[in-house]
Design a protein around this ligand. Structure first.
Ligand code: NAD
Length: 419
């Protein structure tokens, strides 16, 4: 994404990671030239009626990176920092993620630059429906299937599904995943990403011969991914030492009761002030001594500045792109075992894939089937990445990227250049 329109710190980081993998794979030059850039990038204006009667025009994006393996797939993010470059980076990571775990899907991402917590339900609904209308001709069950990401949830997905269906004239549940179960969603989607993070941690602990019941963990970001990961780890006997959200961080050497913290967050909409721990800064939280650190907030949280001070044994990336390439090198040297984002948080897109398949067939699976299939895919992929890492003598990130990029490149060479 060297072209100026896409340039941002996140897109430069995504391209840098890709280039490291491409060089190592000795990737076809023409394929590499295409994969540095998105297939298509839309910028849309979203006029929205606010509660005071005024009209505010939000800016939204949908970026489709590559669909050689199947329809585009990727979340929609609502956050003030959303911009074209960030969405391009997230779309590229989706391409590698779907490929790595063997899904017949491509990579996309969308978002709106907004502060969702400051919008009323009416404003959020109006903005979501108009955004959907603006990207309507570029999404669909066979084309591009959005899902939740930061700042969006099953209600937002329900509005996307309804708006799309109203335009088509019939219900189209397969246009979006992460919907409520009542309208064609799947059981287990809400928990899928956090649960998947924990399945990969279980594999890492086996590999490192660590007893999880004696381990401690710290979680940055207490949203959909971070909260579920913390709950699932606690259920395995892991002591949760600290957690943070955008309001601040909480720490307790004796362990934080995760369900109490979740209830506090639900009631107060923030972690700050939780009585069961001491308040510390978000930066301090990342540097706490622990066995497992889970960044589950946003990009570039672990950089060459703070990486030397990290004290974890396992770094499991719940978020997309939380670690810069410079920090990767430092952590590798320190012997930190990395579970890279495209593996650690792939549970979300895997269960989204299950939801899409169920919608297309109008045939729904049980929660046990979802859990078992999710675990099977993540365990198999973990082992594939781990053995590639050993065979090629590269870290886990590079191993995962090499597998993901290679599969996409092979498909592109089979399909050839249409001109
Ligand atoms: P969310 O909106 O549910 O939660 C995000 C949480 O992070 C919130 O608690 C927020 O307060 C906190 N946060 C934001 N900035 C922070 C900061 N600087 N320090 C500490 N906390 C901060 O979002 P989510 O769906 O849990 O997504 C989190 C990350 O996981 C994102 O990188 C997203 O792309 C990635 N991810 C999500 C899914 C999914 O299924 N939801 C799937 C794969 C990857």
């Amino acid at each position: 994404m060297a072209t100026i329109e896409w340039r941002s710190p996140a897109s430069e980081m995504a391209v840098r990671q890709f280039e490291i993998a491409a060089e190592r794979l000795n990737l076809d030059k023409n394929v590499g030239g295409r994969l540095r850039r998105p297939d298509r990038a839309l910028i849309v204006s979203i006029p929205t009626r606010m509660d005071d009667g005024s009209v505010h025009v939000f800016t939204g994006y949908r970026v489709q990176h590559n669909d050689v393996l199947g329809p585009f797939k990727g979340g929609i993010r609502y956050h003030p920092d959303v911009n074209l470059g960030e969405v391009c980076a997230l779309a590229m990571w989706m391409t590698w993620k779907c490929s790595l775990v063997g899904l017949p899907l491509g990579g996309a991402k969308g978002g709106i630059a907004c502060e969702p917590r400051k919008l009323s339900r009416n404003e959020l609904q109006g903005m979501t429906r108009r955004y959907t209308a603006e990207i309507l001709n570029f999404i669909g069950p066979e084309v591009d299937v959005p899902a939740p990401d930061m700042g969006t949830n099953e209600q937002v997905m329900a509005w996307v599904m309804d708006t799309y269906s109203q335009h088509r004239g019939y219900a189209v549940p397969g246009v979006v995943t992460g919907k409520p179960v009542d309208i064609g969603g799947t059981v287990g989607r809400r928990e899928a990403t956090g649960r998947g993070v924990v399945y990969t941690i279980i594999e890492a602990a086996k590999h490192l011969r660590m007893d999880l019941a004696k381990c401690t963990a710290v979680v940055q970001g207490f949203g959909n991914v971070g909260l579920v990961a913390a709950q699932e780890l606690a259920a395995l006997g892991v002591k949760i030492l600290g957690a943070s959200d955008s309001s601040g961080a909480i720490w307790n050497a004796k362990g934080i009761p995760v369900n109490d913290l979740a209830l506090y967050k639900e009631t107060n909409k923030r972690l700050k002030g939780f009585p069961g721990g001491e308040g510390i800064s978000g930066a301090e939280l990342l540097e706490l001594k622990c066995d497992i650190l889970i960044p589950a907030a946003s990009e570039m949280q672990i950089t060459d500045e703070n990486a030397p001070r990290l004290q974890c044994r396992i770094l499991a990336e719940g978020a997309n792109g939380p670690t810069t390439p410079e920090a990767d090198e430092i952590l590798s040297e320190k012997g930190v075992f990395l579970i890279p984002d495209i593996l650690a948080n792939a549970g979300g897109v895997i269960v989204s894939y299950f939801e899409w398949v169920q919608d297309l067939q109008n045939f729904f699976w049980t929660e046990d089937e979802i859990r078992n299939r999710l675990r099977e895919i993540l365990t198999r992929t973990f082992q594939e990445v781990q053995s590639t890492s050993q065979k090629e003598k590269v870290n886990m990130r590079l191993a995962a990227l090499m597998i993901g990029v290679k599969r996409v490149a092979r498909a592109m060479l089979w399909r050839g250049l249409y001109a």
